[in-house]
Write a protein that binds this ligand. Structure first.
Ligand code: NAP
Length: 678
């Protein structure tokens, strides 16, 4: 295999290869050199300037929706070239299945962000956080929290184990937020990251300056960061500590997100005896976590807690499955367990196993496993190691040392309280799984450990068929954990963008708030126009445009007709005495749904026109009952417009129903899809 010179990409160009202090990256499988990482002369001041002055403005010039479209295009482009990345991943010890977790996982994460960006965010750069807060009695002074993109640079420092996913899962929320990024991959697998990065640049999809790549050392990059910048670090606790405690980072209050080592665990419920579906699920999950990516997953199960008395059965079942695993050359399609990333990594794992063995016995070490024809001297192959400890309370290393490879230890517990205490001994982890079919056990352990774990994965016979796996961080759910795990939070849907945006509390009159946030806020100025708003195209509607309906009297006959027609003969509408006895009603009252139907009858313009469909209604509150003889009228105001396609967009209308005394009867938000003007 040819040795590839790995280059950085800064200020819109690939940097010439630097020959000083070259690091050779060897194949994890054969030990042959596959890549050379040199130290180039990079001016980090200019790198940051380029991101801040070229990439940032270009990204912020377009809104969330256009940025989401870029992510989608990028993900689809990478998807077309992924075979090349799978092939290269082989040199890192990854099987095809491992490479798919990395490559397809990264592409999938980008696609989820692309989709969420368009469905959950407005077509602007201002993200409203929560509702308007009423800060005054008459409503002339209100508040709204907003998030806007930070004006700096996101520096992503990534771990070696996921060279593609690690880059893409951070780029997706960063670029969607509108922030440019500088990516620094871990050296042992940077050739895979560089290949993926090259594909992104070659696609020409991203605006100039929005991404840069630094391979090798980062020089004085971190010493040049400011309060508008964010560092998102993944790696060991030791490196995290040394970087986040840099005086510059502390002095400038640079946001520092850390995802570091983690003593993740699984617990088998007391209901899950051998032979149960849950027992088998636990065995399967443990074997997957020990062998996928050769156990080099930040979320892999390191501690297995089982009820006292079940340890031998669990150990035998896991050992039997491990023994059947095919270990060997990851390029071979049958191989299930490839190599660790390097010989140094294997040495590190074995040194940690030696420490763990001070407190645990070896149940399985794969000494009889057939490794095929791989060269175990030159390739970083390591059989799975399953350990067992009799006294989980007395153990120390087992709750502290992370052997980042195919290593896990079985321990026992007495009851759910004891299991929770042991799970929490990890000092904070990314994920804990609870394998049980008993809701009480699931609740006791989940609530007993939620404070210490970023994610709690409960699995059993009902969910196993569709469950996503203990170790899989999903873009929809938070990835991160407290304490030992670094205290960071990534992903979690659009929550993952928080690190790249500033939250600001805006206070002022409703008109001022409307102007700032680009959405009409109740209490702001409204205006009526001659034409009914349902006759106007999406583009022609203006925020604050209002329609005032005629009024309609609600009769007892209306209520009875509606009751019999729908079958809703609830006593509050049909029985005067019973309704009066209810603390909320003066006597018989109109159905809330009757009022909504009458409201629609009062505000619609019935002819075919730009309104294509009513797609929903939200934030409905019935505020005052309507008695027979009362009359109601409706006010409909354009609150927010969101472009969906070239042909139509979504309009959110603020709807208020009032009675003859001008008292508010009900409020809600109506959603419609409206075509553009013909
Ligand atoms: P590492 O040695 O701490 O390195 C992590 C990253 O930091 C690499 O990119 C490394 O680059 C860089 N780095 C090291 N020193 C630096 C410095 N002075 N300035 C700037 N960057 C520096 O960790 P690793 O060995 O790659 O990863 C394994 C660890 O990561 C495991 O402990 C695992 O649990 C953890 N991990 C956690 C998660 C999570 O999401 N929580 C995910 C994956 C892995 P070089 O390679 O060039 O030194």
């Amino acid at each position: 295999m040819s040795v590839h010179e790995i280059r950085s990409f800064v200020e819109g160009d690939w940097v010439p290869f630097g020959n000083q202090q070259t690091i050779t990256v060897n194949s994890a499988v054969t030990g042959e050199p596959v890549a050379l990482v040199g130290q180039s002369d990079i001016n980090f001041h200019s790198v940051l300037d380029h991101a801040r002055n070229v990439g940032g403005p270009a990204l912020r010039a377009i809104g969330f929706h256009d940025r989401a479209r870029l992510l989608k295009a990028l993900a689809l482009h990478l998807d077309q070239h992924k075979e090349e990345l799978y092939a290269l991943s082989h040199t890192t010890g990854a099987t095809r299945a491992d490479a798919k977790i990395d490559v397809d996982g990264g592409i999938g994460t980008m696609l989820v962000y692309a989709s969420k960006g368009r469905r959950e965010l407005p077509d602007s750069s201002v993200w409203l956080d929560g509702n308007v807060e009423m800060l005054s009695r008459k409503g002339t002074f209100v508040g709204q929290h907003i998030l806007t993109p930070k004006l700096g640079v996101a520096v992503h420092i990534n771990a070696f184990n996921f060279p593609v996913w690690g880059m893409l899962e951070k780029l997706a929320p960063t670029l969607l937020a509108g922030m440019p990024a500088v990516v620094k991959p871990a050296t042992p697998t940077c050739h895979v990251t560089e290949a993926c990065f090259r594909m992104m640049i070659d696609s020409g999809i991203l605006p100039e300056g929005s991404v840069q790549l630094i391979v090798g050392a980062t020089g004085d990059l971190l010493d040049r960061l400011n309060a508008q910048d964010t560092v998102s670090f993944t790696g060991s606790a030791k490196t995290a500590l040394s970087l986040k405690s840099k005086p510059r980072i502390l002095r400038k209050s640079v946001t520092f997100v850390a995802e570091q080592d983690s003593l993740n665990a699984t617990v088998l419920g007391q209901d899950a005896a051998p032979g149960s579906a849950e027992f088998d699920i636990l065995v399967k999950e443990v074997v997957t976590e020990m062998t996928a990516k050769a156990g080099q997953k930040c979320t892999a199960i390191r501690r297995i807690f089982v009820p006292q008395g079940m340890q031998s059965a669990v150990a035998d079942a896991i050992a039997a499955k491990l023994d059947a695993i095919r270990i060997g050359d990851p390029a071979n399609r049958e191989t299930q367990l490839g190599a660790l990333v390097s010989l140094a990594q294997r040495d590190d794992v074995m040194a940690k196993v030696t420490k763990l063995r001070e407190e645990a016995d070896v149940v399985f070490d794969g000494s009889a496993m057939n490794m095929g024809d791989v060269d175990v001297e030159r390739g970083a192959f390591l059989a799975p190691h399953l350990l067992m400890c009799d006294d989980a309370d007395a153990a120390k290393h087992l709750h502290e040392i992370e052997a980042f490879g195919p290593v896990s230890t079985i321990m026992t517990y007495r009851d759910t309280q004891h299991a929770s205490a042991l799970l929490n001994r990890g000092g904070g982890s990314l994920v804990t799984s609870v394998i049980t079919h008993d809701p009480d056990i699931a609740r006791d352990i989940a609530l007993g450990t939620a404070s210490h774990h970023g994610r709690i994965y409960i699995n059993n016979r009902d969910s196993a068929g569709e469950s996503t796996g203990h170790g899989a961080p999903l873009p929809h759910m938070t990835h991160g954990g407290p304490g030992r795990a670094g205290g960071g939070e990534e992903l979690g849907g659009i929550r993952g963008m928080h690190h790249y945006m500033q939250r600001t509390a805006i206070q002022g009159s409703p008109d001022m708030i409307s102007a700032v946030v680009g959405t009409w806020v109740p209490g702001s100025t409204t205006h009526t126009e001659d034409a009914h708003p349902f006759t106007k195209g999406f583009d022609a509607l203006k925020l604050g445009e209002t329609f005032l309906s005629d009024s309609r009297t609600v009769t007892l006959e209306d209520i009875e007709t509606f009751a019999h027609f729908t079958g809703d003969t609830f006593y509050a509408h049909m029985d005067e005495e019973a309704a009066k006895a209810n603390p909320f009603f003066p006597g018989r009252v109109a159905h809330g749904y009757l009022l909504l139907s009458f409201a629609a009858g009062l505000f619609v313009q019935p002819d075919p026109g730009p309104v294509l469909a009513n797609t929903g209604l939200s934030d409905l509150a019935f505020q005052k009952p309507v008695s027979p003889g009362d009359s109601i009228s409706v006010t409909l105001t354009v609150r927010r417009k969101t472009r969906r396609t070239e042909d139509y967009g979504e309009v959110r209308w603020h709807v208020v129903l009032t009675n003859q005394d001008d008292e508010t009867v009900a409020t809600y938000t109506l959603h419609t899809m409206n075509a553009y003007s013909a």
